[in-house]
Design a protein around this ligand. Structure first.
Ligand SMILES: C[S@@+](CC[C@H](N)C(=O)[O-])C[C@H]1O[C@@H](n2cnc3c(N)ncnc32)[C@H](O)[C@@H]1O
Length: 265
């Protein structure tokens, strides 16, 4: 059976068709191929051009047909990376040339991955596009570490935020308001600004003893979890020499790890 026939058997119907001239904006999940959705697999199996980010596992890239063109056009934190305008131009040109295009992004394409911008640009250019959600690192990373994203009796909300403002833009986040909100916070792209972020939350009134954790490279063989308190977090991360990609979680939900830690993966 081909991959598509397998999928059809699983889905109980023909998998959705990636048509010539269409783009699928696909979430690859947090890392391990086991976290890929069936719909993402269907897109990959039909791709003629695969435009992907840096954090995508080679085993996922290998799911596209052998003859498909694979083009790395991602962002590399702090290093030269493809310009957003060039990525969009590539997607538009390939779709207009009648190719079946998959734009593959880590996690979920609409969560801190600039997928929203790309979809808006495609819509502006009149290119048909299907968005295929993926498992976002902020939620999968917590599950991997044995931390429930919400927990009745402990929290009533969870904030997904990034410490990384748009290029040239000031940090628009009101950290003191987040601290006052008192509900768990899951931070993306926060490692390089960790000290400043922790300082803002502390001076905003979040108690230093608030449980906190960092989940690095969730779902990959490099996965590592560090647990601390808000007050000790930056020092512990520095001492451990821990680097991204990582999500930082601050809030009472982290304590559940004492019981649920072994339920992670
Ligand atoms: C540009 S954002 C993309 C987020 C992605 N769209 C998502 O939904 O997960 C990149 C950030 O996601 C987080 N991240 C991505 N993969 C991760 C992983 N496997 N483990 C922990 N954090 C990860 C890190 O905070 C990283 O700096």
């Amino acid at each position: 059976m081909t991959r598509l026939e397998h999928l059809a058997a699983l889905l109980g119907e023909a998998p959705p068709e990636l048509r010539p001239g269409h783009v699928w904006l696909v979430g690859a999940g947090p890392g391990d191929p086991s976290k890929l959705t069936l719909e993402a697999l269907a897109g990959l199996a039909q791709a003629e051009l695969l435009v992907h980010d840096e954090l995508v596992d080679p085993r996922i890239l290998a799911l596209a047909p052998e003859g498909a063109e694979r083009l790395f056009m991602g962002k590399r934190g702090g290093r030269p990376s493809a310009k957003q305008a060039d990525i969009i131009a590539e997607l538009v040109a390939a779709a207009r040339a009648g190719r079946r295009v998959v734009r593959l992004k880590g996690g979920d394409p609409y969560v801190f991955g600039r997928g929203g911008e790309e979809a808006l640009a495609l819509a502006g250019a009149g290119i048909p596009c299907r968005v295929v959600p993926g498992l976002t690192a902020g939620l999968a990373g917590l599950a991997a570490a044995g931390i429930p994203a919400t927990l009745r009796g402990v929290s009533q909300a969870v904030t997904l935020a990034t410490a990384h403002a748009a290029e040239g833009a000031p940090d628009a986040l009101d950290w003191a308001a987040l601290a006052r909100f008192g509900q768990p916070i899951v931070l993306y792209m926060a490692m390089r600004r960790l000290e400043a972020v922790v300082e803002s939350l502390l001076s905003g009134g979040l108690p230093g003893e608030t449980p906190a954790a960092v989940v690095r490279a969730a779902t990959t063989p490099d996965q590592a979890v560090l647990e601390a308190t808000l007050a000790t977090l930056s020092g512990a991360v520095r001492a451990a020499g821990m680097e991204g990609p990582a999500v930082v979680v601050v809030g009472g939900i982290v304590s559940a790890r004492k019981v649920l830690g072994n339920y992670g993966f």
